[in-house]
Design a protein around this ligand. Structure first.
Ligand SMILES: [Zn+2]
Ligand SMILES: [Zn+2]
Length: 259
């Protein structure tokens, strides 16, 4: 059973849903989880960011659910109605209230922002001193551990996503990894191995090799997440990510088995 729990459609920043489902049907996947971006923070700065990006799954998830229900029988693949929620400790109450209402099949949780700046923003972090960048990575891990301990999400996404940013790369330490491993060992939240930049400039899965090794000391399980936004990415990343699992000597788990 191969389930990809982390893909996107045009309900956030991905391709049309029917194109993603057709690609899933033509792949080795038994199930595809549509986990579009969603931010439900009521902090002003995040509301502005959300509106300028145009990701409004908190407003459109019911429409998306209708689309999923209409389309899913046309494709020979199981479809999950999921979400990739932006996590910040200050937003926990808002996230829990929204999730209780929305009733998604499962929740992928992501720390995408440090000091409310997206971790992918190279120029911003490049302009910081080395100490400030170290502090930023510390802060990232603090939020990640808090998210895992809260058990507010089912899957912890791309746990070293800041490594994609050359200005933040290389600041993660064994202490960071150990803290995440300890938190995961006691949590219902499961991490994924994520292929979001596996075939791009960064060229590594999340978590990186040393992070993965630290997690394996606690026998942590991983779900399979290509983080695909296009049919082409889905087709290319599935075999590449399967190879990562094989090289690392682990098998992806399905959520039923772990939640
Ligand atoms: Zn993400
Ligand atoms: Zn994603």
């Amino acid at each position: 059973m191969l389930h990809d729990y982390h893909t996107h459609t045009n309900y956030s920043d991905g391709d049309l849903m029917h194109r993603m489902l057709a690609a899933a049907e033509n792949s080795e996947l038994d199930a595809i989880g549509i986990a579009d971006h969603c931010n439900v923070s009521d902090r002003e700065i995040m509301k502005e960011k959300k509106h300028s990006l145009g990701f409004n799954l908190d407003m459109t998830y019911k429409r998306r659910r209708k689309a999923i229900n209409r389309l899913k029988d046309d494709y020979d693949v199981t479809v999950f109605d999921a979400v990739e929620i932006d996590y910040h400790p200050a937003d926990e109450d808002a996230i829990e209230a929204f999730m209780a209402d929305a009733g998604f099949d499962y929740i992928v949780g992501s720390v995408h922002f440090i000091d409310d700046v997206n971790v992918h923003y190279i120029e911003h972090f490049e302009a910081l001193s080395e100490q400030q960048r170290k502090d930023a990575v510390d802060q990232y891990f603090d939020m990640l551990v808090t998210m895992i301990e809260s058990e507010i999400v089912d899957i912890a996404a791309h746990m070293d996503v800041f490594e994609r940013n050359p200005a933040l790369r290389g600041f993660a330490t064994d202490q960071h990894y150990g803290a995440v491993a300890d938190a995961l060992a006691d949590s219902k939240t499961v991490p994924e191995i994520n292929a979001g930049r596996l075939l791009d400039e960064y060229g590594q899965p999340h978590p990186s090799d040393p992070f993965f090794e630290a997690l394996m000391e606690h026998d942590i399980d991983f779900t399979f997440g290509t983080d695909s936004h296009t049919p082409e990415q889905l087709a290319n990343r599935i075999p590449a990510l399967q190879q990562v699992f094989e090289d690392r000597g682990v098998s992806p788990v399905t959520l039923d088995a772990v939640v």
